[in-house]
Design a binder for this molecule. Sequence first.
Ligand code: ADP
Length: 223
Amino acid sequence: MLELDHLNKSYTKGSAEIRALADLSCELKAGTFYAVYGASGAGKSTMLMIIGGMLRPDSGAVVHGGKNIYGLSSKARNDFRKRTIGFVFQKFHLMPYLTVAQNIRMPLSLRKGSAAAQEKTAAAAARVGLSDRLSHYPHELSVGQQQRVAIARALVGDPQIILADEPTGNLDEANQRMVAACLHEEADRGKLVVAVTHESALYNSAHHRLQIADGRLMGQGGT
Ligand code: ADP
């Protein structure tokens, strides 16, 4: 469903050049849950952002539906992002002045013709156990609850591809299990799920594990 083809990405900081991805290639299949792991600084977040159409690689391609998403116009790539990708950011990126319900439904408001936004928002909140917090603001929530809002927001639009950066990093065990179950349900429904994670239950439950070291793909393990 998604092909990463010889991706390279470097950052320059002053005179230093940091190679974040080095010729990374792999194929990611629909209906599959991938756990990405590796040391801090290995390039995991960079890979996720490039897959999500948010960060242009220096070279290489992300091929979806036969097309390199970085060969599309910026408008077409924005549309791809809005329609196809659900992204859970490591730092959540919730809007502080919007309620839980308004944050969750944001991807729907960015789309034209998305009916039944209220029902979809309520259903996504219920999946992560936040039905009783819909009118709260992010600052009124615990960090773990904020993380669950970010997960509901990624799922609400029923995207084909769900990308999550440490989605259970701030959750207690019960909520980790709930989020792992949500991500597995998505994969079972045919979605591609890619989660950067060090949390053992989520990691162990993945269909495939991708190890990144120094911007390269090392081993690939299945279940
Ligand atoms: P990981 O998610 O595995 O911790 P990242 O993809 O965040 O790794 O980062 C890979 C490397 O690129 C690290 O050395 C990091 O310091 C560097 N890096 C990431 N983003 C930037 C940036 N915006 N500017 C400069 N260096 C960056």
